[in-house]
Design a protein around this ligand. Structure first.
Ligand SMILES: NC(=O)c1ccc[n+]([C@@H]2O[C@H](COP(=O)([O-])OP(=O)(O)OC[C@H]3O[C@@H](n4cnc5c(N)ncnc54)[C@H](O)[C@@H]3O)[C@@H](O)[C@H]2O)c1
Length: 309
């Protein structure tokens, strides 16, 4: 059993990861500004601010491994709030890595495969493709990754980078600025129109959250030479195909097409060969994941709670 700290443990990915780590028998501490609405039995919850050095140092006491699952900017707002990304997220991440190296703590950083590569002709995109982010969110991630690589070279630490594609599933909230599948499913269930920027041909690599956390968990035991892993399904699905898959499940989504946005890369499909050497378990197909997520929302009263608002 290892003592694992999840920074951003009340968030979408963090909360799912905590559940997985707990199931696998790890001793888990969640560190977040906010309390979770769904605490997991056996998990220790610490409220604290990542940007408060004392809080952060206290959270690291007795810890063997850290998952860094926190970003205060997202692809939609980072072109306005870019200084927050560079001055706060970037600087404090460097501080975290330094603390972890000095204490011999393993680090797994959640980067963004969906934005860090930018526009690429060759798909699926391999980890060794040149990164050309088209928004500051991706650029902040690239800066953080770059420091990790420098630390790894200088100190022989083995910090790992997980470039996640487009996760979806329980715990997501598209109001935070990302999550087309989440928006499409929830709007369909509440009979609202789904907004699509552009003609719906934009392609993404959607991955069910259970698969993401299985892959992230597998990285905890990884001690090889690799630093960077795409965490992805390796399958490209267009926005229009998402709508089609909802129809196949028997729903009647309504769609409103709007002008395309400059923050959207036309196609991102991430090669997952590397992570599949580390995580060899089954993956959820998109149609299956969508069915699981719609079932989950309906069984958890999501539709009902919306109707009551
Ligand atoms: N969701 C995605 O589509 C996606 C894709 C690729 C990578 N990522 C990355 O994965 C990580 C987690 O993403 P997510 O979607 O779970 O985000 P999220 O916004 O759902 O969760 C982030 C959590 O961090 C917490 N937090 C924010 N500021 C804090 C602070 N100062 N101190 C302590 N806690 C603080 C929030 O309360 C929240 O619970 C992020 O680094 C994100 O960039 C997310």
């Amino acid at each position: 059993m290892r003592n694992v700290l999840v920074i951003g443990g009340s968030g979408f990915i963090g909360s799912n990861l905590i559940r997985k780590l707990n199931q696998k028998g790890e001793s888990v501490t969640s560190f977040d500004l906010h309390h979770t609405d769904y605490p997991v039995e056996g998990v220790k919850y610490m409220s604290g601010d990542f940007f408060d050095d004392e809080n952060l140092e206290r959270a690291l006491d007795g810890i063997d491994a850290v998952y860094h699952c926190l970003s205060t900017v997202n692809p939609g707002n980072s072109n306005i709030r870019f200084m927050q990304g560079y001055a706060r997220d970037f600087v404090q991440s460097v501080h975290l890595f330094d603390l972890c190296i000095k204490r011999g703590i393993k680090v797994i950083f959640l980067s963004s495969g969906g934005t860090i590569y930018g526009i690429q002709n060759e798909q699926p995109i391999r980890e060794d493709a040149e990164c050309k982010p088209i928004n500051h969110y991706g650029s902040v991630k690239l800066c953080i990754e770059s420091v990790m690589r420098t630390f790894n070279t200088q100190t022989h630490s083995n910090m790992l980078i997980a470039r996640i594609s487009n996760p979806y599933g329980p715990g997501q909230d598209f109001h935070k600025g990302v999550g087309f599948v989440d928006a499409a499913v929830k709007k369909t269930l509440s009979h609202e129109p789904i907004e699509i920027w552009g003609d719906g041909t934009v392609i993404r690599d959607y991955i069910y959250i259970d698969d993401v956390v299985e892959m992230l968990y597998a990285l905890l035991d990884y001690n090889g030479e690799q630093e960077v892993f795409n965490v992805s399904s390796n399958e490209g699905i267009s926005l229009n195909q998402v709508i089609e898959c909802l129809r196949k499940l028997g729903y009647t989504p309504k769609v409103q097409y709007k002008d395309s946005r400059s923050v959207d890369v036309p196609a991102v499909v991430l090669d997952n060969e590397k992570i599949r050497m580390v995580y060899t378990g089954p993956l959820t197909s998109f149609q299956e994941g969508l069915a699981k997520y719609t079932d989950y929302l309906q069984h958890n009263g999501w539709e009902k709670s919306q109707d009551q608002e």
